[in-house]
Design a protein around this ligand. Structure first.
Ligand code: SF4
Length: 71
């Protein structure tokens, strides 16, 4: 069995340009405010969301997202 890995979503809000790519890629983890700035719905998402979160980090045009991974 694979050990359960933890992943924490970290946002630098001042870098968020409201493009919404993260919401499209991982809608269970991200939402947007009315002005477009990202909202984190689940800062420690379950394992099945990790791939989507990593994808969101990769596509974020403002480089506003990153993940902290624990063990
Ligand atoms: S993809 Fe990045 S810049 Fe766009 S809304 Fe999400 S966090 Fe903000």
């Amino acid at each position: 069995m694979e050990t359960s890995s933890k992943l924490k979503v970290v946002v630098e809000y001042e870098k968020c340009c409201g493009a919404g790519q993260c919401v499209m890629v991982a809608p269970k983890v991200f939402d947007q405010r009315e002005d477009g700035i990202v909202i984190v719905l689940d800062a420690e998402p379950p394992k099945e969301e990790h791939a989507a979160v990593r994808e969101a980090v990769a596509v974020c045009p403002g480089a506003a997202l990153r993940v902290d991974e624990g063990e």
